[in-house]
Write a protein that binds this ligand. Structure first.
Ligand SMILES: Cc1cc2nc3c(=O)[nH]c(=O)nc-3n(C[C@H](O)[C@H](O)[C@H](O)COP(=O)(O)OP(=O)(O)OC[C@H]3O[C@@H](n4cnc5c(N)ncnc54)[C@H](O)[C@@H]3O)c2cc1C
Length: 575
């Protein structure tokens, strides 16, 4: 009762038309004013509580108070003013807690907010974006996580927002490139002694590699069982002895490099994240996936690959505008009940809602740092366990001036993947004197054990191998996607011999829990646009589920699809 009294005493500023409408049933005069302050009465509270379908006042009060210890948030839950510009047609909306503020979570929260849901987003870090992290500490934007838009085309779900923001992209490769995000001619490759590999040899090995890949596609069609890529390539070598010349001299290293670079393609990071090395080890039974019955190009959007010149931050900030986002809220427990979901954060505070969208990384789900009560069904737990998580990191080296060749990619070729390394030249795309070293797999894991200074030094030593006169960097940034408790990995991947439906199983809702994130994307896992689409999908599933249940389906805006956004062409260039 003390609390209801307390609610009595609260002065609320009523500014929006929606809030006015809500109160007009109690205070009809309110409609005459543009803005006013009112006292919230007990009957008013009862009315809203009934709309929340929680008729027991005391339980309701306890529940609502527990919703957030911050009293103003409690009031915000009860009386949410209209602030999105989308017409609201109902006084009390279903509520949703979105967990994770990466592209998937923000997309889900945005869509549900725009569909008139009450949305609270809980994010464990002190920033949003997740594996999209544009750092500005060097005085200009550098992406420590995702930096490419894979598929510069209007079919890309992110194209409307990037186009509307007028953000420039820098094309690093076309869609038919043998490599994933770089054209072959934009490389300068060196051996371990610092000798540059002649360009015609790079081209020659590149063409052979392309033929080998084509052949592996035929092999894939012939076999019904799963097969590692390494096995498929070894079958190609058996059938086509002419390819074996590729083993000569540093061609091995070159092929190694091509595989390494290619590995993010449709068949993706599987090479990168193999716990084994590739050639000559790649003949061994490496844990690579080859079970998708589609050509790898089909899982890529058309249009080639464009670097986000100003970073991804403006995109995520735009999508997050106006959302109720609670930073530094690490979720530790999710309890689902027939009438809703209770979510607990690290400091013990609890939040209640009709449903939850879980958009945390697969690595976090695997770590069991979030307890589900009751436990998730076995098929879901198995999908979490069986999908793999790999690591790629970025070591950003900022130099006083540019002393390297005017190419987009500088590579060190070596006989094992572990010793291969490469640098992305950001100067070409952005004008800043920056090289980004990108270790992956075991090398990335080992580097994560070093201090940032030692990691930057390691990258610089690799650079000195190919450019002995390189001057030391003036600044550096180092990512730790594998060790960071908020990500525990960089990308998901599927492994040989595991069921084919793991991504789909990870996506499928469990009662009022909806799942989003790159690892739930059947079509585009491991990408920003994939994560974004899964957020929209989870939001739509959630909207249908919650509203079907409450029988108010016609009252709310659809999450996606009805309004076709004006298509603004993407701004892509190449110097
Ligand atoms: C180095 C690197 C380079 C990449 N390059 C590209 C690229 O060029 N192009 C591309 O398309 N993709 C790229 N990717 C992949 C892309 O970044 C991801 O696929 C995408 O950003 C994942 O988005 P998400 O929302 O699924 O997950 P995340 O972005 O990881 O978001 C999950 C969120 O959940 C939060 N969280 C974790 N635990 C909790 C908890 N307990 N409670 C509350 N919140 C929690 C995290 O802090 C995070 O904000 C790259 C990734 C990496 C690591």
């Amino acid at each position: 009762m003390g609390v209801l009294k307390c609610l009595h005493d609260v002065n609320l500023e009523v500014k929006s038309d929606r809030a006015k409408l809500m109160y007009s049933s109690f205070v009809p005069e309110i409609l005459k004013f543009d803005a006013c302050k009112i006292h919230v009465s007990e009957s008013c509270i009862r009315y809203y509580l009934s709309l929340f379908r929680l008729m027991d006042m005391e339980a309701c009060y306890n529940g609502l108070l527990a919703y957030d210890s911050d009293f103003s948030s409690l009031m915000r839950l009860l009386i949410t003013p209209c602030n999105s510009g989308v017409e609201r047609r109902h006084a009390a909306s279903p509520s949703v807690i979105v967990i994770g503020g990466g592209f998937a979570g923000i997309a889900a929260a945005r869509a549900l907010h725009d569909a008139s849901f009450q949305v609270v987003l809980l994010e464990s870090r002190d920033r949003i974006g997740g594996r999209v992290h544009t750092d500005n500490s060097l005085g200009f934007p550098v992406d420590l996580g995702a930096s490419w838009l894979h598929g510069v085309c209007k079919e890309n779900p992110l194209a409307p927002v990037i186009g509307r923001l007028g953000l420039p992209l820098y094309r690093t490769s076309g869609e038919n490139s043998v490599l994933y995000d770089h054209d072959l001619e934009s490389y300068a490759l060196f051996d371990m002694d610092g000798h540059q590999v002649p360009q015609d040899l790079v081209k020659n090995v590149g063409e052979t590699f392309e033929s080998i890949l084509k052949e592996t596609d035929s092999v894939r069609q012939e076999y019904s069982e799963d097969m590692s890529i390494s096995r498929a390539i070894s079958i190609v070598f058996e059938r086509r002895p002419e390819f074996s010349g590729i083993y000569a001299e540093w061609k091995v290293g070159l092929l190694q490099m091509l595989i390494l670079s290619h590995s993010k393609a449709g068949i993706r990071q599987v090479f990168l994240f193999s716990p084994h090395h590739f050639i000559p080890d790649f003949m061994k039974n490496t844990l690579l996936v080859f079970h998708r019955k589609q050509e790898f190009k089909e899982v890529l959007l058309p249009g080639g690959h464009g670097l986000m010149v100003r970073g991804y931050l403006p995109v995520i900030n735009t999508l997050a505008k106006g959302l109720d986002i609670r930073l530094n809220h690490r979720v530790t427990k999710i309890m689902r009940r027939s009438n809703g979901v209770k979510v607990t954060v690290e400091d013990g505070r609890t939040f209640f809602a009709d449903a939850t969208v879980v958009a945390v990384p697969l690595g976090v789900l695997k770590s069991n740092s979030i307890k589900f009560e009751p436990r998730l069904p076995g098929w879901k737990e198995a999908a979490i366990a069986e999908l793999g998580v790999g690591i790629e990191n970025k070591i950003v080296l900022h130099f006083e001036n540019v002393f390297w060749p005017k190419v987009e990619f500088l590579g060190v070729v070596a006989e094992t993947s572990y010793r291969c390394s490469y640098f992305l030249n950001l100067h070409k795309a952005t004008g800043h004197s920056v090289l980004v070293y990108m270790p992956a797999g075991q090398l990335a894991r080992d580097i994560e054990k070093m201090s940032d200074e030692a990691a930057a030094n390691f990258a610089f030593i690799q650079l000195k191998k190919i450019l002995p006169d390189a001057s030391a960097p003036i600044n550096y940034l180092v990512s730790h996607w594998g060790a960071d408790v908020n990500s525990l990995g960089s990308y998901s991947y599927d492994a040989v011999g595991k069921p084919h439906d793991l991504y789909e199983r990870l996506r499928i809702p469990v009662d009022n829990l909806f799942f989003a994130g790159e690892a739930t994307s059947v079509d585009y896992p491991g990408s920003v646009h994939g994560a974004y689409s899964t957020g929209l999908m989870a939001a739509e599933d959630c909207r249908m589920r919650v509203l079907e249940r409450y029988g108010e389906l016609d009252l709310f805006q659809p999450v996606m699809g009805e309004e076709t956004p004006v298509s603004i062409p993407l701004l892509i260039s190449r110097m």
